[in-house]
Design a protein around this ligand. Structure first.
Ligand code: NAD
Length: 480
């Protein structure tokens, strides 16, 4: 059985613990590789390597750092097929999704920040007759980047790329549920000429190696994407150590559909925004609110399209949905379908596991699920399910739908479908969300701020926001 390795000081190495954990293939439900179960000693080794590398990397010109990061981006692109196959196998997502979204976006993330850093300027403020302030933006030092399983390499690179571009050394930990593409990244970093110790990748459990990263005194900033409860725990640990923190957490996003929308475009996009990546994208719209005059028309058309959506093994070109990421996650999603029924909901389609033929008969396949008849404030409509399950609810007025949309503890993203421009502006302004899409979904411009409000997180990623997070500002005043 293949054993993955950590990547420390520019070399692949075994974990100090000598222990490994199982890596399951969601498509088959079988263990297909072993992941290092790293511990505190591995974090210490990575910190030692990063400390040595920091003067070299941070004092290198931004143009030189940029060249290495562009090579890294190109290195992933050159191995596109290997990365696509690995991401799909590790996560259960259709090959087509990994090929069109995950891996190309990881390539873009490295390329974007490699080029952004050479255009990054700091401010100066003149005080007439008195003097001038200029602001230096210096790398923080050693930073920790911890990412989840849903978009493994894509979200990993979204943190690592700006951290490295800004001149920091990185200790990164991918999710133990989907470690494979992060494992492959070490080789690409070597080939790109990244100096040893600049990028260190440690594998293992959140409560062990993840916790050791958060607690290490020499790791000065933590950029975390994952669940809200994990984020809360990390904040409790890191805040008293005065670490910089960026937290991208859970969501329960509304998808609000007005009767005056372009129905066909809305319908096909709503299929994607509900079930892309088996509903396991933090930006999926899991609460669909439909204006009453088109509620029945929407329900009929949507349920008909959802019930014929193909769920198949990830390597089947026909697959629109593959397998969900793990057995415990599948069980969690199914438990929410049961909860919805207890809360008075009606399952219009889906709600069950899909049984595939061998060798996929133990894979974690779920039928995409649509539920109606639930109160906006019941648990099913308030808690993050993070699977292929959506609820549909009619509404009559803007005020009513805003109240329902804003009623959860979360505030990550929202989608609006309307041809009324004034309403779109008003609603976008009032929604509790860090990101609002009007007549679209998942369109990303890498320059824009990305993140949520309320329990969906603290801070923003993307563009200059990310480069600001990964630098410390120092103001210098000089008297005339
Ligand atoms: P998770 O919180 O269980 O794990 C995320 C990462 O944190 C993993 O690498 C894990 O090993 C690590 N971790 C767990 N406990 C830790 C600890 N005590 N200390 C340090 N690290 C620890 O989340 P998940 O199940 O992997 O991902 C799903 C969640 O991520 C969902 O809630 C989803 O909404 C959220 N998410 C948010 C965004 C966003 O941009 N806001 C994007 C993707 C996913």
């Amino acid at each position: 059985m293949e054993k993955l390795q950590n990547f420390v000081n520019g070399e692949y190495c075994t974990p100090s613990t000598g222990e490994y954990i199982d890596n399951f293939e969601p498509a088959t439900g079988k263990v297909y590789s072993l992941i290092p179960n790293s511990g505190e000693a591995d974090v210490q080794n990575a910190v030692d390597a990063a400390e040595k590398a920091f003067p070299i990397w941070s004092e290198m010109s931004s143009v030189e750092r940029s060249k290495i990061l562009i090579k890294l981006s190109k290195g992933i692109e050159d191995r596109m097929d290997e990365f696509v196959q690995a991401e799909s196998r590790d996560n259960g997502k259709p090959l087509s999704l990994a090929a069109h979204v995950d891996i190309p976006r990881a390539v873009s993330n490295f390329h974007f920040f490699a080029t952004a850093i050479v255009h990054y300027a700091s401010e100066s403020h003149q005080m007439e007759g008195l003097g001038v302030n200029y602001t230096l933006r210096k790398p923080i030092g050693i930073v920790g980047c911890i990412s989840p399983w849903n978009l493994p390499l894509y979200l990993f690179s979204w943190k690592i790329a700006p951290a490295l571009a800004a001149g920091n050394c990185v200790i990164a930990k991918p999710s133990e549920v989907t470690p494979y593409t992060a494992y492959l990244l070490g080789k690409v970093a070597q080939e790109a000429g990244m100096p040893p110790g600049v990028l260190n990748i440690l594998h293992g459990e959140g409560g062990a190696v993840g916790d050791a990263i958060v607690k290490h005194a020499k790791i000065k900033a933590i950029s975390f994407t994952g669940g809200t409860n994990t984020g809360k725990y990390i904040a409790q640990t890191a805040a008293p150590m005065f670490k910089k923190l960026s937290l991208e957490l859970g969501g329960k996003n509304p998808n609000i559909i007005f009767a005056d929308c372009d129905f066909d475009e809305m319908l096909s996009t709503t299929l994607r925004s509900s079930f892309a990546n088996q509903g396991q994208i933090c930006l999926c719209g899991s609460r669909i609110f439909v204006e009453r005059p088109i509620y029945e028309r929407f329900k009929e058309a949507f349920v008909s399209r959802v019930s014929t959506t193909v769920v198949a093994p990830p390597n089947d070109p026909k697959a629109k949905l593959g397998a969900v990421v793990s057995k415990p996650h599948m069980e969690k999603v199914l438990s929410y379908v049961e909860l919805a029924k207890e809360e008075g909901g009606t399952v219009l389609t889906g709600g069950e596991r899909v049984q595939m033929d061998a060798p996929y008969n133990e894979g974690y396949y779920l039928r995409p699920t649509v539920i109606e008849g639930l109160a906006y404030d019941c648990r099913t409509n308030q808690e993050e399910i993070f699977g292929p399950v959506v609820t549909i609810t009619p509404f009559d007025t803007e005020e009513e739908v805003l109240m329902m949309a804003n009623s959860t503890q979360y505030g990550l993203s929202a989608t609006l479908w309307t041809s009324n421009l004034k309403r779109a502006h008003n609603m976008a302004n009032e929604l509790h969300a860090g990101i609002v899409w009007v007549n679209s979904w998942l369109v990303r411009d890498l320059r824009t701020p990305f993140g949520g409000v309320k329990a969906s997180g603290v801070g923003r990623e993307g563009g200059w926001e990310a480069l600001r997070f990964f630098t410390e500002a120092k103001n210098v005043f000089i008297k005339y």
